[in-house]
Design a protein around this ligand. Structure first.
Ligand SMILES: [Zn+2]
Length: 128
């Protein structure tokens, strides 16, 4: 027969088991969601590789540019941030709103304060 201490210990252990089961279920859901996101990103990446390859083959055909010229341009752009790391990163552009003169982030197409459109926006703003 369990004494009071034994029953309390048993109740405490049962609660800990329930908490651990909840955490495990939550973790499994997170893994499933991340796995699905990874699959989607992989598919998008494969599609981008396909489009980039098709674009390069068209450009090469129409312009006569060579692989060496492409590689040289890749090196130049890679080095724009001072590091040859195979990645492109751009310094954050900060603009001043032409209407209210507050700072505008390049991530938003409009001023967060007055709604004025970001007229200084560049094509890759918000992407890089
Ligand atoms: Zn503004």
């Amino acid at each position: 027969m369990l004494g009071l201490g034994g029953m309390l210990y048993y109740a405490h252990q049962a609660q800990r088991i329930n908490e651990a089961e909840d955490k495990a279920k939550h973790g499994a859901k997170e893994v499933a969601a991340l796995s699905s996101q990874l699959r989607e990103m992989s598919e998008r990446f494969e599609k981008l590789v396909l489009i980039t390859t098709a674009l390069w083959s068209l450009i090469q055909e129409q312009s006569g540019l060579t692989e060496e010229q492409l590689m040289e341009r890749i090196r130049q752009i890679d080095l724009q941030d001072g590091r040859a790391d195979g990645k492109i990163s751009k310094p954050k552009n900060i603009y001043r709103c032409p209407k209210c003169d507050r700072t505008m982030s390049t991530r938003h197409g409009r001023c967060l304060y007055c709604g004025c459109q970001n007229l200084n926006a560049e094509p890759f703003d918000g992407v890089l």
